[in-house]
Design a protein around this ligand. Structure first.
Ligand SMILES: [Zn+2]
Length: 630
């Protein structure tokens, strides 16, 4: 594998881009950030009342036309970036350094090419004992150079790698942490941008606007997760349940925390803010190294960022660390050292909260699972899809969770006590269900059209079985949900899946589409409120993805605007006559009712239903019993 990297041939294709200028724009209110972002301006940083925007002559004319006072900081931004980059290693030098370190420390490293950015490899270094196998250990991801010209971020990654490896045999703490964590470091995500010293990738897309959570098409991103680099990051997160992630950027001095897209804090925000301050406190040294915590939205709103995506979709606690970008080696090293202190502290404390493993109660085999939290509400997480282990970082307190896995009864676990600075360990044994209810397992992407300041609902509430908690799409909003591919939605006779609406007092309409490959979408019909859909209306026999698009119109000025999605469910068990198997005539003569925990409650006094499969959220909702299969 290492040889592959060394044998890689370096071609530089010549691209020509219009001369980019860095412009300082005076703003007067927070709404100016939203406005300029919606006008398509590439905001790259903010200092107080000034935004810094990359644009050309035409853009400068437009900014002036809009009445903003501007000042040109760099006439030729690229030329300034070239000057700064002289202190930093070339792309080839970075690969050589990684390769020689991997050769020196083969017992604790795995160097691999995850894919390509343009024609250049995206290389990751995994640091842990037994690096070639997956172990039951908490995982962390460190990423440099989403923006190819922010080379200090790569220098920080290299600094971490060198310190960890060189201290492994000498320093007992480092030895312990490397042996008991899985540390993934991607020093350069935007390899093409690094080679060309450009912020954008080879398609001129800002990668930190291309992720699929609250995506809005900023930074020239044509669609959510449209680029190789972001798709590769998605796959890495699907296969490794990272509980922490830090993306390094420059040039500011911030520990930037969730959310970037929205002013309302996520349910875990007290702990996130505590951890942000703790990180910042470790960066003491000088004004060059010292960072301060800042809320992403308060700094400047960004849609489609990596940190929002990793938390929103996977529940990974994620930060954007913005450091200065110095041009002297001494300062580069001092920034590396200050952040390394913070990073080691994170490695030390990352195994606190609720940890455990999800297994089959009969075979004891690990099962991939969705783990949700309620009262207090906390964001969901996933366990490791191969080993079943999970880590939910939480401060002391009492928690309740529901664990969902396709093909099993959901399991509610109540009153879990987490003591200060410790981990409470839970072995979750799920009971197989021969006639299980399928559900939306993960968000693939979500788009909003509003500026979001009033919407209090959370996407974590439309996963798992319907429970009356919901996510409001906003007018014109859109969401794509994934189901467990091992138990997809299938085409039986009649209804194949049901889209559940939460109750905000208004029944709203939406268009529903299904897909197997995310490329070909098939229209399934227009829904109004809770409604069943039939794959027979499409060419598909089975589906992995469901897209729900709000079709209502309005000004998005109320909290629950748009369709309110409680969940998507489908019945996997055999019943009636499967259209593709005429011999399967099972239980054709009676009805079955399942509740929100997937339990069959057919014998509990509910009578006079036509044959079929029904779902009921709870006893109080007896009038709202919903047929999910004929
Ligand atoms: Zn950046």
């Amino acid at each position: 594998m290492n040889n592959k990297i060394l044998l890689f041939l370096f071609f530089i294709f010549s691209f020509t881009f219009a001369t980019e200028k860095l412009v300082e724009v005076r703003i007067f209110k927070q709404a100016d950030i939203l406005y300029l972002s919606e006008q398509g301006f590439d905001i790259i940083t903010r200092k107080g009342d000034f935004l810094y925007i990359l644009t050309d002559e035409k853009g400068i004319g437009e900014l002036m036309g809009l009445g903003y006072p501007i000042k040109i900081v760099y006439e030729d931004y690229q030329k300034e970036m070239e000057k700064i980059s002289l202190q930093y290693p070339s792309f080839q030098e970075v690969l050589f350094q990684l390769d020689s370190l991997a050769r020196r420390f083969p017992e604790i490293t795995k160097l691999e090419t995850l894919g390509y950015s343009g024609s250049y490899p995206i290389v990751s270094m995994k640091i842990t004992d037994n690096p070639l196998i997956e172990e039951e250990e908490p995982e962390i991801k460190i990423t440099g150079c989403h923006h190819g010209n922010e080379k200090i971020s790569t220098a920080i990654c290299l600094y971490y790698i060198k310190r960890l490896l060189n201290e492994y045999y000498e320093n007992p703490l480092i030895n312990y942490l490397v042996n008991n964590r899985e540390i993934w470091i991607i020093p350069i995500l935007n390899s093409d941008g690094y080679v060309r010293n450009r912020r954008y990738n080879n398609n001129n897309v800002d990668l930190n606007r291309d992720y699929g959570y609250m995506w809005a098409g900023s930074g020239n991103s044509p669609s959510p997760l449209s680029q190789n680099e972001t798709k590769i990051m998605k796959e890495l997160s699907v296969n490794n349940n990272f509980s922490f992630s830090y993306d390094y950027h420059s040039a500011a001095s911030y520990v930037n925390y969730l959310w970037d897209f929205h002013p309302k804090d996520p349910p875990d925000s007290n702990y996130i803010i505590y951890l942000s301050q703790r990180y910042a406190d470790s960066t003491y040294g000088s004004s060059t190294t010292r960072l301060v915590p800042i809320n992403g939205y308060d700094w400047y709103m960004v849609r489609g960022s990596s940190q929002d995506y990793l938390f929103g979709v996977f529940g990974t606690l994620s930060w954007t660390i913005e450091t200065q970008q110095p041009s002297s080696q001494i300062q580069i090293d001092s920034i590396g050292m200050a952040n390394y202190r913070a990073f080691i502290d994170v490695l030390r404390i990352m195994k606190k909260g609720i940890i455990g493993k999800v297994i089959d109660s009969i075979t004891n085999e690990p099962i991939p699972a969705l783990i949700t939290f309620y009262s207090p509400k906390r964001w969901h997480i996933y366990n490791d899809p191969f080993l079943g282990d999970f880590y939910k970082p939480l401060p002391e307190g009492e928690y309740n969770m529901i664990v969902y896995a396709c093909g099993y009864y959901p399991k509610m676990i109540e009153n879990i006590i987490v003591n200060p600075d410790t981990a409470t360990e839970i072995l979750v044994k799920l009971i197989p269900n021969e006639n299980p209810i399928g559900f939306a397992y993960r968000v693939y992407y979500v788009k909003r059209t509003d500026t979001d300041s009033l919407n209090p609902t959370l996407t974590t509430d439309c996963l798992g079985l319907p429970d009356s908690l919901f996510y409001s799409l906003c007018f014109g909003g859109e969401i794509v949900l994934e189901v467990d591919k091992r138990k997809p939605i299938r085409n039986f006779s009649g209804i194949d899946f049901v889209v559940y609406e939460g109750d905000d007092g208004i029944t709203e309409s939406y268009d529903c589409y299904v897909s197997l490959d995310l490329i070909n979408w098939h229209y399934c019909g227009r829904g109004l409120g809770t409604q069943g859909f039939d794959l027979n209306n499409t060419p598909l026999d089975s589906a992995y993805y469901i897209k729900i698009v709000d079709v209502n119109s309005g000004s998005n000025n109320l909290p629950y605007d748009g369709f309110d999605l409680d969940g998507v469910i489908y019945y996997i068990g055999e019943v009636g006559i499967a259209e593709n198997n005429v011999n399967k005539r099972i239980n054709n003569d009676k009805f079955r009712i399942f509740n929100y925990l997937g339990q069959n409650i057919s014998n509990r006094g509910i009578k006079n239903l036509k044959k079929g499969v029904y779902f009921i959220k709870n006893r109080e909702e007896i009038r709202k019993i919903v047929k999910i299969r004929d």
